[in-house]
Write a protein of this length. Structure first.
Length: 475
């Protein structure tokens, strides 16, 4: 039987180019764009074949750890580990740390498949043929990258020039090319020897660490020590911050792939997109007879070749062409599809203004390990939220210094602790939590618990929470 592959999924990025749906605290890999699953969940499903893959290792950060765990739980998929980066140090350190952990969990000869969590991929027979070819090539001691067959002279991607053919069907890498100007991109695509650099890799953990030690010793040393001194926290593995922070901030391409003599590329003709702009989302979407891609509550009249999506209010678009209209719970973006690469500049402008900075950071709906909440209405000295608690989950035992709360159950059953009193609340029942009183909310039922929370007080910030007992290890 051929060796199984260990998937290593990178899920820590905080991109905002798909604003207003993607934000710093809830980036694109955890958002549903088109379909009923997030990009991260689609990635998990691509590595779910137990005959081909071991359980995956996910690299992420403190802020996203419960999103990772919850979205894997929704698919009933087991994770081998969730590796938490204490500080962003680019892909070289992340991959090296993952390789060190892979050797601990699966052995030094294990083959790693490093892949991003925010790609849109048509995982058909061609895709898995490429995966198996990459594995065979990695078993021969090569550091393999997947080169996507270009469909256009895109200037937003790096390129790989292929060299001589190898015995497996892969090719040696002749050189890497940074994001080119349009005329250079046209020449490279016309030659047929260049591929888009997908950012996906395949290699043995031992080979990766050995070559890192040769070409990027500071990265390898910092990452390996960070793993050896890592700690367990619930279902998470925390890299040692002191050692990991000593790694140079450098990508795996610069640190290793452009230097090694063992780089190989698998020509990959499957459909792939990094969904780096709304224009890219439109290109991979299912279009109607007018060329439109729509999702959510939308109505389109006399509109052509456009992307219209809503995660909240109903959006009606009339008489437009080649535009993106994207509605989140608290913001709407409207622009020409051809300008969607410039959304990052718009986000920077919003982030620089005090009144709009929050729109780039958080959504009205925030997710927690027990469920989450949506901010419904804010005013002076009051706030209204919708709280939702997953079956069997409970919030921390806590108190507040500056606010009181009133809870009204609208769905499910709540077990509420107030001081020494514990009682059950059902639909249409309510309870008052006085300022400073110790309290707790839990869902003992089999369905989602939903309630309306009305907060009143002099300060309503999320940092006015004193946690006395918390099953998720939060302070």
């Amino acid at each position: 039987m051929a060796a199984k592959i260990v998937p290593v999924i990178m899920a820590g990025g905080k991109g905002t180019r798909l604003w207003p749906l993607s934000r710093a605290s809830a980036p694109k890999q955890f958002i549903q764009f088109i379909g009923d699953k997030t990009l991260f969940q689609n990635t998990l499903e691509r590595v779910a074949d137990p005959e081909l893959y071991e359980s995956p290792i996910v690299l992420t950060n403190e802020e996203f750890r419960f999103l990772v765990a919850e979205q894997a739980r929704e698919l009933d998929l087991k994770l081998a580990a969730v590796l938490l980066e204490p500080i962003a140090r680019n892909t070289a350190a992340a991959v090296a740390a993952a390789a060190a952990l892979v050797t601990e969990l699966f052995g030094k000869d294990a083959i790693m498949h490093v892949l991003g969590s925010d790609y849109e991929i048509d995982a058909n027979t061609t895709y898995y043929d490429c995966v198996r070819l990459a594995r065979d090539t990695a078993l021969q001691g090569k550091l393999v990258t997947f080169g996507i067959k270009p469909t256009e002279p895109a200037t937003g991607y790096g390129y790989i020039e292929s060299g001589k053919a190898l015995s497996t069907g892969a090719h040696a890498v002749k050189r890497f090319v940074e994001k080119p100007a349009l005329d250079k991109a046209q020449e490279m695509v016309a030659s047929g020897q260049f591929y888009w650099n997908s950012g996906m890799f395949m290699f043995s953990a031992a080979q990766l660490l050995a070559e890192m030690k040769e070409f990027a010793p500071d990265v390898e040393k910092a990452a390996s020590k960070a793993v050896s001194k890592s700690t367990r926290d619930l279902d998470f593995t925390r890299l040692d911050a002191d050692n990991f922070s000593k790694s140079p901030d450098i990508s795996i391409d610069y640190a290793l792939m452009e230097k090694t003599a063992n780089a190989a590329v698998v020509p990959s003709p499957f459909t792939w997109s990094d969904l780096g702009s709304w224009d890219a989302v439109w290109k991979v979407g299912s279009r109607d007879e007018s060329g439109n891609v729509s999702a959510g509550a939308t109505t389109l009249v006399n509109t052509k070749n456009s992307l219209v999506m809503s995660h909240s209010l109903h959006v009606a678009v009339q008489g437009l062409e080649d535009v993106a209209v994207i509605a989140s719970e608290d913001a709407v973006y409207v622009g020409h599809l051809k300008d969607s690469q410039e959304v990052g500049k718009l986000v920077k402008l919003l982030a620089s203004e005090k009144k709009t900075a929050k729109l780039t950071e958080t959504h009205p709906t925030s997710y927690r390990p027990w469920g989450g909440y949506t901010s419904v209405l804010n005013g002076e000295r009051f706030q209204v939220k919708r709280i939702f608690v997953l079956p069997g989950k409970k919030l921390s035992l806590q108190k507040h210094h500056h606010r009181s709360e009133h809870w009204i159950v609208v769905k499910g059953t709540a077990e509420v602790t107030v001081g020494e009193n514990v009682q059950m609340l059902r639909e249409n029942e309510s309870i008052y939590i006085p300022l400073g009183e110790v309290h707790r909310l839990s869902n003992p039922g089999k369905i989602l618990l939903e309630l309306i929370e009305v907060q009143t007080g002099s300060y309503l910030g999320e940092d006015d929470i004193i946690r006395l007992v918390d099953e998720f290890g939060r302070s």
